[in-house]
Design a binder for this molecule. Structure first.
Ligand code: PLP
Length: 414
């Protein structure tokens, strides 16, 4: 091997991201055979029925008309003026008065996850999350000297596994000073599951129970709501927030906010880590710590993206227009997802409970082998630890209707 000067922890095998690798192969296939012959259900970007990237028209207009000063100048580390307010309006419809809220701008939800995993766990600690997850959770843990521990997301009734979560929290608190639990809901990636308000109430009650039993430990509850605007009506998708109240002093609630889906701005890399602080002091300490972390990693987040968020959300008329445009996109994606579910039922293909969102998950014993068989039939899905991920967000309704029978047949061959 050639001489390399990497530190030992940085010498890692390069495993190209399998989502992007599969997508590249699918694109080459489509170029050779034509789009109709290929089902590329790998990526998490919304494409219309002609395969064109779906971008909210108002967002596109704002990007094209942005003054150069707002594109090229630095933004303040934590976020531009109005950013915290705009994040809250986007998430809750208004600025919350029952919490002290701070939002620190990050490069996408990914940056917010990084800040949570780095700042709310100690070296070597385990992050707690569900077994169905967005793969990079594990990478972010490993990149930062943390580990990931999971519990089964679903119980026998195919609803959220509260008992398993309760047990896993107890096990972590027995050995760690810090608990960080990240739940990705609504419209979970990869399952499309959305926790009900009752499930969230019970989750909060379980957290409160553990907080009371461990008064000297710190419990952080982090909801990754990156897909919240693709999970039914505004009111329906926000019901879970009502379950979070009267949080004990040794807890903190965080939200992962992302502009990638809600504003169709994946490539503009903007999001926020948001804290719902019980006191002004806790929110101020959060802002200080996250600002330090930002300064020491990426410095500041993209100015133009923050400006777009502020310009949309602080102007009720523009906000309303964007939410109407988004509703069209949301309906398209949900219809495709539900078409896939109906076809899966017809094909007797078992899938995880899907309500909304970009992805459907198919439990499967040999995900890699099944994905390989499907690839030979020009159907591209993402193999994960527990099964396959199919992306209705990126293929036509017709392809969503066709795919389940092929997936079922491929599974039977392994
Ligand atoms: N969280 C989940 C569950 C995701 O699926 C993604 C992206 O796909 C993110 C967070 C981060 O997205 P971004 O960094 O593009 O905002």
């Amino acid at each position: 091997m050639d001489y390399v000067t990497l530190a030992s922890h940085a010498i890692r095998q390069y495993a190209p991201d399998q989502i992007f690798t599969a997508s590249q192969r699918a694109k080459a296939d489509a170029a050779a055979l034509g789009e109709d012959a290929v089902i590329n259900a790998t990526l998490g970007e919304c494409l219309d029925d002609d395969g064109k990237l779906m971008v909210l028209p108002t967002v596109e207009r704002m990007i094209r008309q942005m003054p150069v000063e707002d594109i090229c100048s630095y933004a303040p580390i934590a976020g531009i003026k109005g950013f915290n307010e705009a994040v809250q309006i986007s998430l809750f419809g208004k600025c919350l008065d029952r919490f002290y809220v701070e939002s620190v701008a990050t490069p996408g939800g990914c940056g917010a996850l990084r800040h949570a995993i780095w700042n709310f766990l100690n070296f070597g600690d385990a992050l707690l999350t569900t077994n169905w997850i967005w793969g990079p959770y594990k990478n972010i843990c490993e990149e930062h000297g943390r580990r990931m521990v999971t519990f089964d997301m679903f119980n026998r009734e195919n609803t959220f596994n509260l008992e398993g979560m309760d047990r896993a929290i107890g096990e972590i608190l027995a050995v760690q000073e810090q608990l960080l639990m990240i739940l990705n809901t609504p419209a979970n990636n990869p399952t499309g599951y959305s926790m009900t308000k009752q499930e969230m109430e019970q989750t909060v009650a379980i957290l409160k129970k553990h907080a009371a039993a461990n008064p000297d430990k710190n419990l952080t509850f982090c909801l990754d709501v990156s897909y919240i605007d693709f999970a039914g009506s505004f009111e329906e998708s926000r019901e879970i927030f009502d379950a979070i109240f009267d949080m004990p002093a040794n807890t903190m609630t965080l939200l992962i906010f992302s502009m990638s889906k809600s504003y169709t701005m994946c490539g503009m890399r903007c999001g926020a880590l948001v804290c719902l602080g019980s006191t002004a002091e806790s929110a101020a300490v959060f802002k200080q710590a996250m600002s330090y972390s930002s300064r020491s990693t990426w410095s500041n987040a993209i100015h133009m993206a923050q400006k777009i968020l502020v310009d949309i959300n602080l102007n009720p008329e523009i906000r309303e227009r964007v939410s109407q445009e988004r509703a069209v996109f949301r309906n398209t994606i949900t219809n495709r997802g539900r078409t896939f579910c109906a076809a899966a039922k017809e094909a007797s293909l078992e899938i995880c409970p899907y309500q909304y969102g970009y992805f459907v998950a198919i439990p499967c014993k040999n995900p890699v082998e099944t994905a390989r068989i499907l690839m030979d039939q020009h159907i591209y899905v993402v193999p994960q630890a527990q099964g396959l991920r199919f992306s209705p967000c990126t293929v036509t309704t017709e392809k969503c209707r066709k795919a389940p029978a092929f997936i079922k047949a491929a599974m039977e061959q392994t």
